[in-house]
Design a binder for this molecule. Structure first.
Ligand SMILES: Nc1nc2c(c(=O)[nH]1)N(C=O)[C@@H](CNc1ccc(C(=O)N[C@@H](CCC(=O)O)C(=O)O)cc1)CN2
Ligand SMILES: Nc1ncnc2c1ncn2[C@@H]1O[C@H](COP(=O)(O)OP(=O)(O)OP(=O)(O)O)[C@@H](O)[C@H]1O
Length: 190
């Protein structure tokens, strides 16, 4: 546990230290990489996120997906059930407000949310990853809880997006960790 905290803090510093130029390049690269993936090409409903705290930005992927007629969904926290994560439709007209972690998100409208099992592809934010597909998030357990069913249902496909500097030799695993089927950086696919 201490381990995970230390790795998380080190890796958050690393991604925050990237220059604007490096961020721009990485965001362009991650689009080029994802366009080649059959899981992306096939997907109609994909979960994305709005980059925060140095995360690699999926914004170019969102624009591409919209152009291709795909639907994008954003994670939205629930102020009543603080452990829950919803996925709400994201369009160019969506109004965004900062959540309790100061990350912009749509104002929760349950009529625009879909069950996690209806998503085809989830592009996951992360602080660290290893080549076996283990993921370290921000520590809230939101994605782990939202996709805990993945062991029994083989949908959606979970793919992490990351900067190369977020790769470590191995992430200490916990029982509840949900493994990703792959990770895409600005340079390559793992
Ligand atoms: N862009 C993005 N959106 C996301 C996530 C994410 O990782 N990235 N999440 C993925 O789960 C959820 C938010 N999870 C988060 C969990 C912890 C902290 C965080 O900053 N914790 C602070 C303490 C903040 C406080 O208590 O005020 C910290 O650790 O320093 C942020 C987001 C939903 N939206
Ligand atoms: N399936 C689950 N059911 C109940 N609690 C869970 C589950 N998954 C994770 N948690 C709780 O969430 C907390 C945070 O987990 P962890 O440190 O793995 O988060 P994370 O993967 O870094 O964050 P996130 O998924 O939000 O990006 C843990 O203390 C754990 O108890």
């Amino acid at each position: 546990m201490r381990d995970r905290k230390a790795i998380r803090s080190e890796l958050r510093q690393r991604r925050r230290a990237l220059s604007q130029d490096q961020q721009k390049q990485a965001a362009a690269g991650v689009l080029e990489q994802i366009k080649r993936r059959p899981e992306y090409q096939r997907s109609q409903k994909l979960a994305v996120y709005l980059a925060n705290d140095g995360e690699i930005s999926p914004e170019n992927i969102v624009s591409h997906a919209w152009n291709e007629g795909k639907s994008c969904y954003l994670p939205v926290l629930d102020e009543h059930d603080k452990s829950k994560l919803h996925f709400q439709l994201y369009t160019p007209d969506t109004i965004l407000l900062p959540n309790r972690f100061n990350i912009p998100e749509p104002v929760l409208d349950l009529s625009l949310c879909i069950p996690a099992t209806d998503l085809d592809l989830v592009l996951m934010p992360l602080t660290g990853f290893d080549e076996s597909g283990q993921r370290l998030g921000m520590g809230g357990g939101f994605y782990d809880r939202a996709f805990a069913f993945i062991k029994t249902v083989n949908k959606p496909v979970l793919i992490g997006l990351a900067h190369e500097c977020q790769k470590v030799d191995s992430i200490p695993v916990e029982d509840w960790d949900v493994p990703m089927s792959g990770v895409i950086t600005g340079e390559k696919a793992y």
